[in-house]
Design a protein around this ligand. Structure first.
Ligand code: GDP
Ligand code: MN
Length: 369
């Protein structure tokens, strides 16, 4: 889960990483109530990078100018994301820009510290054009990130004296943050020189989704649609797409294969829902209700390979929750006979071959288009 800059900076503050004074506003008038020293910098809070280049970061010399610019930025949409909040921070005069990050490197099977003497620009660009400006150091999880490793990294990007000292303590704090908050990325870009000291002018933190249960205090930044929310609270994994065929399957692999088959036969999935292994009758009823509620859906394709999931449970749920649109069922596996009997009694013929079933669903959706 990505954090907004102001949320990441709240973590920085807790871990004693130096940042500018600032506050978050949602409306320009709120700037009047802030007790910040001018000039200030106004920063769009969106979960995409490159806000500066996109015009989402502006300096203002006076409260009047700040409100004007705030109104402009709050009306913007950056890379498709509407700006709803602004971070207003005391502007600083930047001497030089460096880069520091910890990121999970799967091939190294550890966190890796990355530093660069070319801050303020994307690290991917630096890696491509001037790789010699980057210093890296893999972190041994049993040792953590000791000061000698931080000093080596800092010297590697040409730091010495007070700046090196600042760098060592900031790197140690950023590592503690990663470890303590289960971050898969913590990035400071630019790590700026301000009055001869290092300051985190920007902050980017991504928390490992698998560890979110350990961080109930963190803000929720996922923006779920109503249906995604309904599925989540029912414990079902549901994803929205933009076609017209709703898909229910059991197991991620089967569902992915079903999506591919639909595309192969010229159809477009509207969404997909994985009822998982051992889905109960109740799970299946909720699943049908959720996927068919999406506007624009023209057909429902149910692809079940019974294992722990029992075909008769699935069949009972289908009969109890007749979908409001044409449906195609492919049913095979555990308790298949019983499942088919239940469907047959309700006038539904289930397919055994998934490709036949998919072809039929695509035809039905097209027929209604
Ligand atoms: P990003 O574009 O989304 O990465 O946002 P940043 O927070 O990194 O800001 C982009 C650029 O704006 C920085 O690299 C700085 O050059 C500039 N900037 C941001 N804050 C300040 C500030 O307080 N003073 C000055 N002079 N420049 C700033
Ligand atoms: Mn930045």
């Amino acid at each position: 889960m990505k954090l907004h800059e102001f949320q990441a900076k709240e973590l920085f503050r807790r871990y004693a990483i130096p940042i500018q004074h600032g506050a978050v506003v949602e409306r320009p008038e709120q700037i009047d109530a802030l007790t910040l020293k001018y000039p200030v910098v106004l920063k769009a809070q969106v979960l995409v990078g490159g806000r500066g280049k996109a015009g989402g970061i502006k300096l203002a010399q006076t409260p009047a100018e700040a409100k004007d610019r705030a109104a402009a930025i709050l009306g913007m949409s950056i890379k498709g994301e509407a700006v709803r909040r602004l971070l207003v921070a005391e502007a600083v005069e930047i001497g030089a820009e460096y880069y520091l990050a910890f990121i999970v490197d799967r091939s190294a099977r550890s966190l890796v510290a990355i530093a660069s003497a070319a801050g303020g620009i994307d690290i991917e660009e630096v890696a491509q054009k001037t790789p010699e400006k980057i210093a890296k150091s893999a972190v041994d999880p049993f040792l953590g990130f000791p000061p000698f490793a931080a000093r080596t990294l800092g010297r590697g990007i040409g730091l010495g004296g007070t700046l090196l000292k600042d760098f060592v303590s900031m790197a140690a704090a950023l590592y503690r943050l990663c470890h303590g908050e289960d971050a898969e990325l913590a990035e400071i870009n630019p790590l700026a020189v301000v009055n001869g000291r290092l300051l985190a002018v920007d902050a980017k933190v991504i928390i490992d989704d698998n560890a979110l249960f350990r961080h109930k205090d963190l803000p929720k930044n996922e923006e779920l649609t109503d249906l995604e929310q309904a599925a989540k609270s029912a414990g079902l994994s549901y994803v929205e797409l933009d076609g017209d065929i709703a898909i229910i399957g059991n197991g991620a692999g089967l569902v992915m294969a079903t999506l591919d088959m639909v595309a192969h036969y010229g159809g477009r999935p509207a969404n997909f829902l994985d009822v998982g292994g051992g889905a109960s009758e109740e799970n299946m009823r909720q699943a049908i209700e959720i996927v068919t509620r999406k506007p624009g859906v023209r057909a429902l394709l149910v692809n079940i390979f019974g294992g722990i999931t029992r075909c008769d449970d699935i069949a009972r749920a289908i009969v109890a929750t007749p979908p409001p649109l044409p449906m195609v069922v492919r049913l095979t596996g555990t308790n298949e006979e019983e499942g088919r009997k239940i469907l047959k009694a309700a006038g539904i013929d289930a397919f055994i071959d998934p490709q036949e079933a998919t072809k039929h669903a695509v035809t039905l959706a097209k027929g209604r288009g």
